[in-house]
Design a protein around this ligand. Structure first.
Ligand SMILES: *Cc1c(COP(=O)(O)O)cnc(C)c1O
Length: 227
């Protein structure tokens, strides 16, 4: 049995300690609980323990669990983050069912999300994914494309451009530092950007040392994934 309360407390302590070490005591870090492959009950337990931000990677799985939660009772203050790969035929469901998307790296996808975001909904909060290490296997725009992409995204009225997302090479401090520099450069040109989404179970400390203010944590909260 894993104790979600205990795990949340441990992750919060890691965040607090990292902020302190970085001299960032006053800063807020949003903890996004990544629940891919975990059942709806795990989301509910984490919700009851106080978490509100949840991240999912697979659309069908996310929509199924979301419906299960709705069926159990009114839970309307969860903030849903889409952090997985985006196929263009899935953009409508993503645009209509999520509050944030972290994994945008193509203009065409962004345009579809913009066009499909419900007129009655708040703008979709958006992070541009950056492939900070230029790894062929990873999604994200190259660091040198970030400014032009941001300029294009900034003209889309149904998207609210919030910042950058990255998955730096695990444990490689230089990659986190590169991302910090990339974000600082982006903020210089787009001063309203306020979010650096970076850091997972294994590297919360490195991420916060490099300025992250949103971390996406799965295994440290929920244990090993179910498949
Ligand atoms: C799965 C996933 C996470 C969480 O990873 P853990 O190592 O389980 O904390 C964070 N971000 C993305 C994009 C993921 O796919």
């Amino acid at each position: 049995m894993i104790s979600i309360e205990k795990n949340i407390a441990e992750v919060r302590e890691r965040i607090r300690f990292s902020l302190q070490k970085a001299g960032r005591e006053g800063d807020d870090v949003t903890l996004v609980a990544v629940t891919k492959t975990q059942p709806a009950e795990a989301i509910l337990a984490a919700y009851q323990a106080g978490l509100r931000h949840f991240g999912e990677n697979y659309l069908q799985e996310a929509l199924g669990k979301r419906q299960q939660l709705l069926d159990q009772g009114p839970i309307d203050d969860i903030i849903w983050h889409y952090i997985g790969p985006i196929q263009s035929n899935k953009t409508r469901d993503i645009a209509e069912n999520f509050d944030w998307v972290h994994s945008v790296d193509r203009l065409k996808i962004a345009q579809r999300l913009n066009d499909q975001r419900g007129a009655d909904q708040a703008p979709l909060q958006l992070c541009l994914q950056v492939n900070i290490d230029n790894e062929p296997s990873k999604s994200g725009v190259a660091p040198q494309q970030v400014l032009t992409m941001l300029a294009d995204l900034s003209h889309m009225p149904r998207l609210r451009l919030r910042g950058l997302m990255a998955i730096p090479q695990p444990g490689r401090q230089a990659s986190f530092a590169d991302m910090q520099a990339c974000f600082a450069q982006a903020q210089k040109h787009f001063p309203t950007l306020d979010t650096l989404s970076m850091g997972m179970s294994g590297d919360i400390e490195l991420a916060i040392a490099a300025g992250a203010n949103m971390v996406r944590v799965g295994t440290a909260l929920f244990g090993e994934r179910r498949r």
